[in-house]
Design a protein around this ligand. Structure first.
Ligand SMILES: [Zn+2]
Length: 219
């Protein structure tokens, strides 16, 4: 989520919004939901995919059904920050209401961890060798700590390589990180164990996992 202050107003671009920069004189796309033109005639163009949102509201006194989502994104620690420590993560994963959730539900739903979505979830769980449907209460302390390490290291690796290869940056350039698990690797052999990588629909999105080395409900 990106927040831009514009005088008395706030402009918010949520995840799911594609933002592109166009230099002066560059040809602009015919379709978009928001176009911001600057004095030098460069432009920022935003288009919305799936659940993304463009919000604009006064700096003070924001109160709307979406405000809980906004507050969570703004106030909870981001994964890449130092505040997202092992102690903080262990508090989240050891909380009583987390125990009956599956790994995907815990990590990537209800804004428990803002910014961690279905797209990066797949490789985090692959690296941690945890099946997306594994219940949190089946994970030992050691596995919970290892999951924290994999959340950090996987997102760091994606960041270092300029994002996933399926996404583009503000200049339209594809990222350099090629995911282990994606629609491109579904049905192929896992490089780690040789079993087939599977795809299923689960909790409002596709999940990918290796049927050999991401074992369900092993503590
Ligand atoms: Zn495998």
């Amino acid at each position: 989520m990106i927040e831009i202050k514009a005088g008395e107003m706030l402009l918010i671009l949520t995840d799911g919004v594609n933002l592109r920069y166009f230099a002066p004189g560059e040809r602009l796309p015919a379709k978009h939901q928001l176009l911001i033109g600057f004095e030098d005639e460069s432009c920022l163009v935003a288009s919305v995919r799936m659940y993304g949102g463009l919000w604009c509201f006064p700096n003070e006194g924001f109160d709307a059904p979406i405000s809980a989502y906004y507050e969570a994104a703004k106030n909870k620690p981001q994964v890449m920050s130092e505040e997202f420590s092992k102690e903080y993560f262990m508090e989240l994963i050891n909380a009583e209401d987390a125990q009956k959730k599956t790994a995907k539900a815990f990590l990537a739903t209800e804004q428990t961890i803002p910014g961690l979505g279905n797209g990066v979830l797949q490789d985090i769980l692959y690296n941690a060798r945890i099946h997306p449907k594994t219940k949190i209460n089946a994970l030992s302390t050691e596995k919970r700590e290892n999951l924290y390490d994999k959340v950090k290291s996987t997102l760091h690796e994606i960041y270092e390589q300029g994002g996933r290869s399926t996404e583009t940056d503000i200049f339209g350039k594809n990222g350099g990180y090629i995911p282990h698990l994606s629609k491109d690797t579904a049905g192929t052999a896992c490089p780690r164990c040789g079993e087939t990588i599977k795809k299923e629909n689960y909790l409002g999105g596709s999940i990918y996992y290796c049927s050999g080395c991401q074992v369900n409900n092993i503590s």
